[in-house]
Design a protein around this ligand. Sequence first.
Ligand SMILES: NC(=O)c1ccc[n+]([C@@H]2O[C@H](COP(=O)([O-])OP(=O)(O)OC[C@H]3O[C@@H](n4cnc5c(N)ncnc54)[C@H](OP(=O)(O)O)[C@@H]3O)[C@@H](O)[C@H]2O)c1
Length: 350
Amino acid sequence: MEPRMMRQIVLQSYAQGNPVPGNFAVAQAPIPEPGPGEVLTRTLWLSLDPLIRFGMDEQHVTGAVHLKPGDVLYGGTVSEVVVSNHPDYPVGCIVEGRTGWREYAALDPVAGDRVRGAMRRIDPALAPISTALGVLGMPGQTAHAAVRGIGRVQAGETLVISAAGGAVGSIAGQIGKILGARVVGIAGGAKKCAALLDLGFDAAADYKAPDFAGQLKAALPEGFDCYIDNVGGDVTLAVLRHAKYRARMPLAGFIAYYGFGMEGPGPDHLPGFFRLVMTKALELRGFSGPMVAGEAGLAELAQWVGEGRLGYRETIVEGLEAAPAAFCATFAGGNSHVGKLLVRVAQPSS
Ligand SMILES: NC(=O)c1ccc[n+]([C@@H]2O[C@H](COP(=O)([O-])OP(=O)(O)OC[C@H]3O[C@@H](n4cnc5c(N)ncnc54)[C@H](OP(=O)(O)O)[C@@H]3O)[C@@H](O)[C@H]2O)c1
C-alpha cells in the first residue's frame, strides 16, 4: 500500500544575513509510524521564534541546533495525539513540544526532543491551546524571567523594553505594570507604538522615526532602572544613554544581529557599548527564559491570565506554507505582528 504523505518545511539553503523565503522549501514525506512507547502527533499550531535563525548558519556559531540542507526546520508546536503507544499520552490529548515545521511527527513523548525534553500535556480548559506557545509557554516564561527573575523590577521603577510589540516584550510590559513599574516600550512604527499604549504601557518610542532619540528622552525624563533588551544594535546604544547608575539589563535577545555571526557587517559598536556598561555600572545578564522562570513562572503567568490581569495578543498566519515568509518578515522589519506570531497548521479533530 502507498504510504500516506504529509507536508514539511525543510532548509533549502543556509541563511546569509537575515533569512529569506528562498532558504526554505516545502517537501513531501511519508507520515511516520510511531514505534513502541511513541505517539503520532498531528500539528495544530506552529510557533515562529527568532531563535530558530541560530540553526540556519553554514558555520554553526551558537545555539543547540544546527540544520543541514534537507533537514526539517525545528520549532515549537502544539499538536494532538492521533496514535498512541504511550499510556500517559492517550489519543486526543493536546501536547506542546518541538516537533518542527511538519504536519505529523512520531516520537517518544517522554524523551521528547533533545533540546527541551519531554512533551508537555496541555489542559484545554485553562486557556486556548495556542497560548502554550505564547503567554503560557516559552515567550511568557522569558518575559517573566526578564522582569521578575533577572530584572528584579520593583514598584515605582522605570522599565524599558525593546521589540516591545513582540511575544516576549508585550508580556514583559504587562508584568511590569502588574508589579507597579512605569513601563516604556520601543517598537517600529506608529501603529505598533499605539498598540503598546493599548496594552497599558505608559509610553512608547518608535525606533524607526527620525526623532527616535527625542522620543526616548521624553519618555525617560529620569532615566531607567531596568532595560529588557530583545534587539541590540543602534536601539540599545540609544537606550543605554538613559540608564541610571547600576541599572539592570536582562539580555533576552539581540535580533538585530542574528544574521551576522560573531562580527557584524557595519561599524563596530563595541567601544561605545563597553563605555556605557562600565561608566554606568550596568548589570548585564543573558539567560534562558524557560530555565529561569521554570514551572513556578508558568504557574504565576496562568494565575494572572486567569484573573484577567495579563492579556495576550496573537497574530495568526494560515497554513504551513505561509511559515517561511512570516518568519523572514520578522527580521526584515516588515512584520506588523503584535504579540505572539503563530501559524495555524490544522484545526483540531474535535
Ligand atoms: N532568552 C530566551 O530564553 C529567549 C526566549 C524567547 C525569545 N528570545 C528572544 O527575545 C526576542 C524577542 O522574541 P519574541 O518571541 O518576542 O519575537 P517576535 O514576537 O518575533 O518579535 C520580534 C520583533 O523584533 C523586532 N525587530 C526585528 N528586527 C529588528 C531590528 N533589526 N531592530 C529592532 N527591532 C527589530 C520586530 O518588531 P518591530 O516591528 O517593532 O521592529 C519584531 O516583530 C528575540 O530576540 C528572541 O530571540 C529569547
